[in-house]
Design a protein around this ligand. Structure first.
Ligand SMILES: *[C@@H]1O[C@H](CO)[C@@H](O)[C@H](O)[C@H]1NC(C)=O
Ligand SMILES: *[C@@H]1O[C@H](CO)[C@@H](O)[C@H](O)[C@H]1NC(C)=O
Ligand SMILES: *[C@@H]1O[C@H](CO)[C@@H](O)[C@H](O)[C@H]1NC(C)=O
Ligand SMILES: *[C@@H]1O[C@H](CO)[C@@H](O)[C@H](O)[C@H]1NC(C)=O
Ligand SMILES: *[C@@H]1O[C@H](CO)[C@@H](O)[C@H](O)[C@H]1NC(C)=O
Length: 629
């Protein structure tokens, strides 16, 4: 036992027995627990103050408004880790079952268990280093074209190769980029061995919580036996729709790359699959949309006329939530805490950032107005609203109930703000609905984005967890990965691979960062559609079975019913189990594919019919292209 845990145990024991012999243990324990938490809250206040100073420094154009240098992000991170680590140790001796106050008990339960932060300082530093090294696989300039590094500067996977792949019309280029990046990062087994080192630390972190099965720590906040099974169920639920989409896209790929000589096994080659996903937002699609003659009306021009500045976009997003009956943003917020990012910051696709330092919340927004930003800003505003509610809760409960929950709520606003109905409200579209053909085009593009991504989040998550728990052996990593791609996605490597290769994609490495995990992405999409469905039913804009009120054109605008659900969920923070919180809106306590299936129902009908006409058989029966040796 750690020395200070022991010290505290003695302290608690002393407190109890020094009082009258018949003393009430519960109130004693509660009082001493409260003292520990109060002290921790004081320290958290200091960390919030550091964050506030960082925000102020960033937004004061170099001048330091409070005097002195603001702390670095690194310092904030270190202080946060120290607090979490010490606090968990101090709380680990609290007899939780003796606490009667349910909120107090829940705070202790959540703060006494840790994920990566349960590692000792040197291990924690090492984990951070490994994460940085693996992020460098993505953004480091590592890939030379044609093995020739002298001729041109090497390229990074993201954004350079990613952008190349998005635009190219040559399958050979896609394949080469696919191969070169994997060769570059796994030179001398680097990618695989870095990953193995990281998994070792994840396993150590799990022992902190006494978990024999490491994934229980990875899924800590889902608080569910075998959470993976629940995610897998969703995958099978949406599989019939996925298979139709897959068959249609495979057909489009054959048309787009007539010379590629794809195998006749029904699977999609990985580089082509990646390109399909990356094209979700791109207007010059290489793969055919259902009705090429009925292009979507261009919103770009009107958007620039109507929402000239990013400030106008912000205002519209703020208004969206105010009309739902959520917080009104104060003048103080506009004057002091809403700031524009610098033009050179974050590149052409910068993402707005939300800051949390109670009693205030702040936001820095990306100054580039376009359709995608319009939608994203609505998502960011949801996060801001969430922060305004959860700051009322005691430290430890002022978070989302499980990772991905807040993003799922954001997703509903993203979906709503992109509907023709909503764009019409903003005077960007002339009509509040599209023609049937256009509507299918739109659903199709949304479908490529969502339906292809969700199984990939699952595969990446499952691979990590199965490795962590020892269900996949070291010698089998690569082939096991391809078996998952085959089983859940119908994706194949473009060439023969071996057990010595390590073919995971860049999103896998990105998802190793806890705050961007593939689990979180999965939840935010799936739960996001579940919430969206619930809000749309509540607002009466979605009437199942009535084609005049389809789910995909609902913006639950000005709906106090939807707003009430959203507010109640946000106000609870982490004070209840996520299943109890989601129940408020969905009336169910489980993840389900229902939101996705109902949203894409017209697309599903169309795909089945179209695939039948084209005599495309959904599904795949691919040979394994990975050799164990
Ligand atoms: C002990 O104190 C708690 C809180 O003050 C109270 O709810 C509980 O009923 C008490 N138990 C006994 C046995 O007195
Ligand atoms: C943990 O307990 C030790 C010993 O009582 C104390 O010095 C320290 O401040 C506490 N830290 C936290 C974060 O509770
Ligand atoms: C709007 O779209 C609907 C359905 O496509 C159509 O019936 C109607 O005429 C359109 N209205 C305008 C003003 O274009
Ligand atoms: C939809 O597209 C199909 C195929 O291009 C075409 O035959 C049909 O007339 C279109 N429908 C409408 C209402 O324009
Ligand atoms: C919102 O709804 C209320 C009452 O339901 C109505 O009075 C108001 O005009 C609506 N506002 C907008 C902007 O639609």
């Amino acid at each position: 036992m750690h020395w200070h845990r022991l010290a505290l145990l003695l302290l608690l024991a002393a407190a109890c027995c020094a009082a009258t012999p018949t003393s009430n243990h519960t109130s004693q324990y509660e009082a001493s627990t409260q003292r520990i938490l109060d002290m921790a809250t004081q320290r958290m206040l200091r960390i919030w103050d550091m964050r506030r100073r960082i925000f102020l420094q960033l937004t004061s154009k170099g001048k330091s408004p409070l005097g002195g240098q603001a702390p670095s992000k690194q310092e904030v991170e270190t202080e946060t880790y120290k607090l979490a680590y010490e606090l968990a140790a101090n709380l680990s001796v609290v007899p939780v079952e003796q606490l009667q106050d349910p909120l107090l008990r829940r705070r202790v339960q959540r703060l006494a268990k840790l994920q990566l932060q349960g590692l000792k300082p040197d291990n924690y530093e090492q984990a951070k280093d490994l994460l940085r090294a693996m992020q460098n696989f993505i953004s480091g300039a590592l890939v030379c074209s044609n093995d020739d590094c002298s001729a041109r500067r090497p390229l990074a996977m993201y954004p350079q190769l990613y952008n190349q792949n998005m635009h190219t019309k040559l399958y050979e280029d896609l394949k080469l980029n696919w191969f070169n990046w994997r060769t570059a990062i796994n030179d001398k087994d680097t990618a695989r061995s870095t990953f193995i080192d990281y998994v070792r630390l994840l396993r150590i972190a799990a022992t902190y919580n006494g978990h024999v099965t490491p994934s229980r720590t990875w899924y800590l906040y889902y608080d569910t036996e075998n959470f993976q099974a629940e995610m897998e169920e969703v995958i099978w639920e949406i599989m019939p729709l996925y298979r139709e989409m897959h068959a249609y896209l495979r057909h489009s790929a054959i048309l787009a790359y007539p010379k590629a000589n794809f195998k006749d096994d029904g699977a999609i080659s990985a580089p082509v699959f990646d390109q399909m996903l990356s094209q979700a937002w791109y207007s010059h699609q290489i793969f055919r949309t259902p009705f090429p003659k009925d292009q979507l009306p261009s919103v770009h021009h009107r958007l620039e006329e109507v929402l000239v500045t990013p400030v106008k976009i912000n205002n519209k997003a703020v208004e969206f939530f105010e009309l739902l009956g959520l917080n009104k943003m104060s003048n103080n917020f506009y004057e002091r805490f809403l700031r524009r990012m610098n033009d050179d910051e974050g590149g052409p696709d910068c993402k707005s950032q939300v800051y949390y330092f109670p009693p205030d919340v702040a936001m820095r927004y990306c100054p580039k107005p376009n359709y995608k930003k319009l939608m994203q800003t609505h998502g960011t505003m949801a996060e801001l609203q969430y922060n305004l509610y959860k700051r009322e809760l005691p430290f430890g409960l002022d978070t989302e109930p499980c990772p991905g929950f807040a993003a799922a709520l954001g997703e509903t606003a993203v979906l709503a703000s992109g509907t023709p109905r909503h764009l019409h409200r903003l005077y960007i579209l002339l009509n509040d609905s599209l023609t049937e053909n256009q509507s299918l085009n739109r659903l199709f593009r949304m479908g490529v984005h969502t339906l292809l991504a969700v199984p990939q989040y699952f595969i990446n998550d499952k691979f990590l967890v199965d490795v962590m728990d020892g269900r996949i052996g070291v010698q089998d990593y690569n082939c096991a990965y391809w078996r998952l791609q085959d089983k859940f996605a119908g994706v194949q490597p473009p060439i023969w691979r071996t057990a010595r290769d390590f073919d995971l994609d860049y999103k896998f490495y990105r998802g190793l960062q806890p705050e961007r995990s593939n689990t979180r992405k999965f939840i935010s999409e799936v739960l996001g559609f579940q919430f969206y469905r619930a809000f749309c039913l509540a607002s009466n804009q979605y009437k199942p079975g009535d084609p005049s009120y389809p789910l995909h054109n609902c913006d639950f605008h000005n709906s106090s019913e939807a707003g009430k659900m959203m507010r109640e969920m946000m106000q609870l923070g982490a004070s209840k189990h996520w299943r109890d919180v989601m129940f408020i809106a969905t009336r169910e306590r489980k993840l389900s594919g229902r939101g996705i299936l109902e949203y894409f129902a017209p697309l599903f009908t169309w795909l089945k019919e179209r695939n039948r006409q084209l005599e495309l058989e959904p599904g795949w029966d691919a040979d394994e292209l990975c050799r164990k040796e």
